[in-house]
Write a protein that binds this ligand. Structure first.
Ligand SMILES: *[C@@H]1O[C@H](CO)[C@@H](O)[C@H](O)[C@H]1NC(C)=O
Ligand SMILES: *[C@@H]1O[C@H](CO)[C@@H](O)[C@H](O)[C@H]1NC(C)=O
Ligand SMILES: *[C@@H]1O[C@H](CO)[C@@H](O)[C@H](O)[C@H]1NC(C)=O
Ligand SMILES: *[C@@H]1O[C@H](CO)[C@@H](O)[C@H](O)[C@H]1NC(C)=O
Ligand SMILES: *[C@@H]1O[C@H](CO)[C@@H](O)[C@H](O)[C@H]1NC(C)=O
Length: 430
């Protein structure tokens, strides 16, 4: 069930080889999270961050699909898909279609707001196929991301992404997808360790990011504790930081990868006079459920669904075990340039038990939560990660470090890239 590479805690004694390899993987996992933290700090110092029936489309042969098939797509000859409707269409069910004439709306040079962690081309990534894929759901058509429509939908509003670094990945993608249509003087960006705000002045709109990797509070999200054993998650504490989320019109939450530091996590609840000593280790899905419940209660008792829309982005898959997709010689997602083609492919980096916790918690909430279900579609995209085109400890990997697959970041995504599709789905739901 659990992804071994992530879940096994490092050991001190020298056990058999597989365990050593596992331990090395774990170590790198934390280095990546830790490095991300450092880059986070360094960037802070420089410049700151009912049912309705759908119209059926005409049955016509799309030459595009034929070409896509020739180019390696699964192909689809007759297009009888509905226009997108989140109630009717399961976006997760579909395929990636390659189309070289798809151009992302921005590059990591044109958009000034991309962290170095995600700026793959700037960091030396030369293969470009990963930028030319389009997600096509089977039952409906997903509208292209229209920046003017996006700005229209958030006019006079505050949009806030809240969560971990993958949520920051999605936030930066959203900002970059819209910022290029706004003249220089009519926009601004203020980045801060916790709370970053992009302003579109003519639209009286803000697109914000709020750092809260567990959503609930912990002793490790502001001052990171490198040793997971020292991390304590306060599974029933959210209200203090959540004060900063009230008055926002559109809230987009996520939380997953930070919970996955071991088979169990230390949780604290209620008030203990002995503080962190009073914490107890829980199986991860149980602690996750307690944390999400706290979040759900906060939403249900503080959010007026007539005024505020709430979204939740599901877990972003990690690709740290190349055997998952049958690459025996591979190491993590290193050197992968093409998505997995196997339908319904699901690796060990996405934990189904954790997913079902989200589904259950959300189902029992008073306030309707729109789930942006990105897990399945991103599972295919082993080619989309930052890999070795990233930084460590605030420094770009050297050419020598880039040769070593173990340095690959297979958690975060290049921008432009896969998170643009998450936002395409998000905008269609908005
Ligand atoms: C590829 O994308 C372009 C631009 O969006 C579109 O005009 C064309 O029809 C697409 N072709 C295929 C092969 O899908
Ligand atoms: C959070 O809100 C409080 C007031 O409610 C404010 O003082 C503080 O600066 C805010 N923090 C951030 C990071 O926005
Ligand atoms: C939301 O609007 C509906 C219909 O106008 C109303 O019945 C309901 O009381 C409102 N809910 C809140 C929490 O204001
Ligand atoms: C990476 O891929 C390229 C092209 O497929 C290949 O030539 C190279 O040997 C691969 N590198 C490693 C270390 O596997
Ligand atoms: C997201 O989609 C997957 C199938 O791709 C499904 O198993 C899962 O339950 C969905 N998650 C939520 C939270 O709805």
């Amino acid at each position: 069930m659990f992804p071994l590479a992530i879940m096994k805690p490092p050991r001190v004694k020298l056990p058999p080889l597989p365990i050593i390899i596992t331990s090395i993987c774990v170590l790198f996992f934390f280095l990546v999270l830790y490095a991300e933290r450092l880059s986070f700090l360094s960037s802070s110092s420089s410049s700151f961050f009912k049912f309705k029936s759908c119209p059926r489309r005409s049955n016509k042969l799309k030459s595009s699909d034929k070409k896509a098939e020739e180019e390696g797509g699964f192909g689809l000859l007759v297009d009888d898909r509905f226009d997108f409707d989140p109630e009717e269409c399961n976006v997760a069910n579909g395929k990636w279609v390659f189309n070289r004439s798809i151009k992302p709306l921005y590059t990591d040079r044109s958009c000034p707001y991309i962290d170095r962690q995600f700026s793959c081309v700037k960091n030396g990534r030369e293969d470009s196929d990963y930028r030319h894929w389009e997600w096509q759901p089977e039952d409906c058509t997903l509208p292209k991301f229209d920046p003017y429509l996006a700005l229209k939908k958030i006019t006079g509003k505050r949009l806030m992404f809240i969560g971990d670094s993958l949520q920051r990945n999605q936030w930066e993608s959203f900002v970059c997808l819209v910022e290029w249509v706004i003249p220089e003087k009519r926009k601004s960006m203020k980045r801060d360790r916790i709370h970053s705000v992009f302003k579109a002045k003519d639209y009286k709109a803000t697109i914000e990011f709020y750092w809260a990797p567990f959503l609930v509070e912990s002793n490790t999200d502001i001052q990171i504790k490198a040793n997971p054993k020292e991390r304590v998650i306060k599974v029933d504490e959210i209200s203090e930081r959540a004060k900063n989320w009230t008055g926002v019109d559109i809230l987009v939450f996520n939380t997953y990868v930070w919970w996955m530091s071991g088979l169990r996590v230390r949780a604290l609840w209620g008030s203990f006079s002995n503080g962190e000593e009073g914490s107890e280790a829980f199986d991860t899905p149980i602690a996750y459920k307690l944390g999400l419940k706290t979040w759900a209660n906060w939403v249900d008792s503080n959010i007026n669904p007539n005024k505020t829309r709430v979204f939740f982005t599901t877990m972003s898959p990690t690709h740290t075990r190349s055997l998952d997709w049958g690459n025996k010689e591979g190491v993590k997602c290193f050197n992968e340039t093409w998505p997995v083609r196997k339908k319904k492919y699901w690796g060990t980096g996405s934990n189904k038990q954790m997913m079902s916790v989200v589904a259950k918690v959300v189902k029992n909430m008073k306030v309707p939560v729109n789930v942006i279900n990105i897990t399945q579609i991103s599972e295919y995209r082993i080619d989309g990660h930052s890999s070795v085109y990233t930084e460590t400890g605030g420094k770009l990997l050297t050419d020598e470090q880039k040769q070593d697959p173990k340095n690959a970041d297979c958690i975060h995504w290049c921008l432009p890239g896969v998170p643009d599709t998450w936002n395409q789905i998000f905008l269609a739901m908005l």
